[in-house]
Design a protein around this ligand. Sequence first.
Ligand SMILES: Nc1ncnc2c1ncn2[C@@H]1O[C@H](COP(=O)(O)OP(=O)(O)OP(=O)(O)O)[C@@H](O)[C@H]1O
Length: 295
Amino acid sequence: MSPRSHRLPFPAIPHRVPIGAAHRHLHEMAPWVADLIIGSSTLTAVVPLPSMLPRLTTLSSCLASLPAHCTRTPTIRLLSRMATRASPTSPSPSPIGLTRLAAAPPDHRPIVVSGPSGVGKGTLYNLLFQRHPETFCLSVSHTTRAPRDGEQDGVHYHFVPMESFEDLIAKDGFVEHAKFSGNRYGTSKMTIEEQTKKGKIVLLDIEMEGVRQIKQSSISARYVFISPPSVEVLESRLRGRGTEKEENIQKRLAQAKNELEYSQIPGVHDKIIVNDDLERAYKEFEDFVYKPLES
Ligand SMILES: Nc1ncnc2c1ncn2[C@@H]1O[C@H](COP(=O)(O)OP(=O)(O)OP(=O)(O)O)[C@@H](O)[C@H]1O
């Protein structure tokens, strides 16, 4: 019997999963998995019938709820034997679907991503969201700036008038807020609380003043700074994006110098990533996000 689908490449996983815990947990949560084949960096889940493939989603949510002591994302390969286990002539499992499903990172604290405008913050965390669906969410900020083409209220930002924004400040509703290029931006406490309650790891895309404020707040977070390879590259990315008027580009570049200086202060950020080659920078970002808890 020939394999029913192709293999997807597995990224190398540098850390070992505490397999025993993952194994027990999966058996409890997904008794329909016929076999678990344990490799050095993979768990291969074998299902008896291809029709069980839709249960992938269940498997995915099992992994999302793996206990925190499973310190590394297991990679799951879903295979089908194409026969029941009762058959003595069962062929070797044939890959009919192969996917990498991520458990939640061991460290559940919100992740604050900062860096100059145009450095590629959004590009990097959107890759993380695509490659680990259902694990993360972006904290939707409030802003008084006008929406760019294609931006939706409640998805990209909560677009609010200045008056409403100032009202929320007065009610102490923000963990951080700042003025930038004449507009106000802020992260509401309620947004973070609601998403955390849903079991998501919240990412916050925040500029320097906001980082300062969160560091002074009661919020326990992890801080990642995305740095450009050079100011020239940053400028060309900002222009290349085609979203800014010349005047805004100059403001953003001026602000970038402040951001870069701030990032040099020791201890401000837990991780500084230079976004030169996108895949390389992404890997560094993902490794940081999934870093095992320090004992
Ligand atoms: N490693 C990279 N190499 C080349 N281009 C990149 C890289 N990372 C991002 N870009 C491009 O740079 C531009 C700016 O990226 P992006 O919009 O993600 O920046 P940002 O930091 O989120 O900006 P802002 O804070 O203004 O929202 C985009 O056009 C994106 O495609």
